[in-house]
Design a protein around this ligand. Structure first.
Ligand SMILES: C[S@@+](CC[C@H](N)C(=O)[O-])C[C@H]1O[C@@H](n2cnc3c(N)ncnc32)[C@H](O)[C@@H]1O
Length: 424
């Protein structure tokens, strides 16, 4: 039972409370225990110094990233001090040891201070950012926190930071689309890259280890995460045709690769009533759907993400969706589409049933295709280990590509295979 506080919250108390809550939450969710050294670092580094002026409860909200810079025109965040929960997970995946040389791409100060704690006096931390304001801010905060071991530099992370290589670990903290060849060149033998990477529009934090052959990588884990977008040479924007343009009620499709679409036909399709097909497969209200999203992204032809502004839902133009991106599919003609829907289960009010809404001449068929894939995931992959994710060089001959869904980027092909053992 928690004891009511009689005095004002101190930074020390807020920090310990945050870590206690993080540890407890991970146990409740059945997640792996946080490594002791990561827990110790989180208990030691004063996060409030890296988000000055913020009330302690916000500074120490374990799930809250603190945005420090916006792009007003594009209405997106450019920089933030990441949320403790995702930082903890990435540090766990990175498995940083005393004496390691670590490169952090995307700075803020807080994570670099934690890494400093993990590598100890014999280690080395380099933290780079494309934005001089971010580096100036990180420098001030690190000084204030008494952390003097971090080498900061303003540069585009796409090129890594050759003068302090090799690195045992590279941690990328901006949403990347591809893996830069510089990072492989600058990584020590047995090294690891932890990186939020886009997988057909979804973002997953991959823990990448090199396979034997140069240019080949295997992911040890693919965790849910969200990050500000990578800028600079590695920046990549998906196509985003708008199907409904009214400000406040916009509906769009985010297309990373694949389908060519007839935007006018899709716009017309959305003006007509949709047809909904229900899947029978259900989830609890608090159950994450990220595994299903990744399965659909890996298996659906014509894959897209439907994005929406709230007004499109309140006006009933579309059924309720995840505003940032709901699984969607476009047919071969590019004239019809479907998107994933949920309704309270008619059989059990604790559960929500998956379905798909189809629009356009082939709307019902695309909705049925999506529901069929949801059925396969439910029967064969639900609760399983997820896909094996390999990265192979972009010049790999087609006949040498591993089996699975191939997502081609600039330097690499990403291969997602749900039938291979991801740990083999
Ligand atoms: C989420 S913030 C980093 C958070 C930080 N690691 C922390 O301690 O919480 C992402 C940062 O990546 C930076 N960034 C984006 N593209 C970059 C690039 N190409 N090279 C280096 N930094 C980049 C942004 O300027 C932003 O400051």
């Amino acid at each position: 039972m928690s004891v009511p506080r009689t005095s004002a919250l101190t930074p020390e108390q807020a920090r310990q409370d945050m870590v206690d809550a993080l540890v407890e939450e991970r146990a409740d969710l059945g997640m792996e225990k946080l490594p002791e050294q990561v827990e110790e670092a989180l208990r030691a580094v004063p996060r409030e110094v890296f988000v000055p002026g913020l009330p302690l409860v916000e500074a120490y909200d374990r799930h809250q990233a603190i945005v420090t810079k916006h792009d007003e025109a594009k209405r997106v965040a450019l920089s933030s001090v990441s949320a403790p929960s995702i930082i903890a997970l990435m540090l766990q995946r990175a498995d940083i040891r005393p004496g390691h040389r670590v490169l952090e791409i995307g700075s803020g100060g807080y994570n670099a201070a934690l890494i400093s704690h993990l590598v100890g006096e014999t280690g080395q931390v380099t933290s780079i950012d494309i934005d001089p304001d971010v580096i100036a801010r990180a420098e001030r905060c690190l000084k204030e926190a008494g952390v003097d071991q971090v080498h900061l530099a303003v540069t585009d992370g796409e090129h890594g930071f050759a003068s302090r290589a090799p690195y045992d670990r590279i941690i990328v903290t901006a949403g990347a689309w591809d893996l830069s060849p510089s990072w492989e060149e600058q990584l020590a033998v047995g090294g690891r890259v932890v990186i939020p990477m886009r997988v057909r529009g979804l973002t997953r934090c991959l823990t990448l280890e090199r396979a034997e052959e140069p240019g080949y990588w295997r992911s040890l884990a693919a965790d849910m995460c969200g990050f500000v977008r990578m800028q600079g040479v590695g920046e990549h924007w998906e196509r985003m045709p708008l199907l409904h343009q009214e400000e406040g009620s916009q509906v769009g499709l985010r297309l990373e690769d694949g389908p060519q679409v007839d935007v006018d036909a899709l716009r017309r399709a959305l003006t007509q009533d949709g047809e909904t097909v229900w899947a029978g497969a259900c989830v609890r209200a608090d159950e994450p759907t990220d595994a299903l999203d990744l399965y659909l992204a890996s298996t659906a032809d014509g894959w897209a993400l439907l994005t929406a502004q709230r007004g499109a839902i309140t006006s009933k133009l579309i059924r309720p969706v995840v505003l940032m991106g709901t699984p969607a599919m476009v047919d071969e003609e590019g004239e019809s589409f479907s998107y994933r829907a949920l309704r309270r289960s008619p059989d059990d009010e604790e559960l929500y049933e998956f379905g798909a809404v189809g629009h356009g001449p082939a709307g019902r068929r695309v909705a049925q295709n999506m529901v069929d894939l949801i059925g396969v995931w439910d029967r064969e992959h639900r609760g399983g280990p997820g896909p094996r994710i390999d990265l192979v060089p972009i010049d790999t001959a087609a006949e040498d590509l591993p089996t699975g869904r191939v997502v081609s980027k600039r330097h690499t092909h990403m291969i997602l295979n749900w039938t291979a053992n991801p740990f083999e």
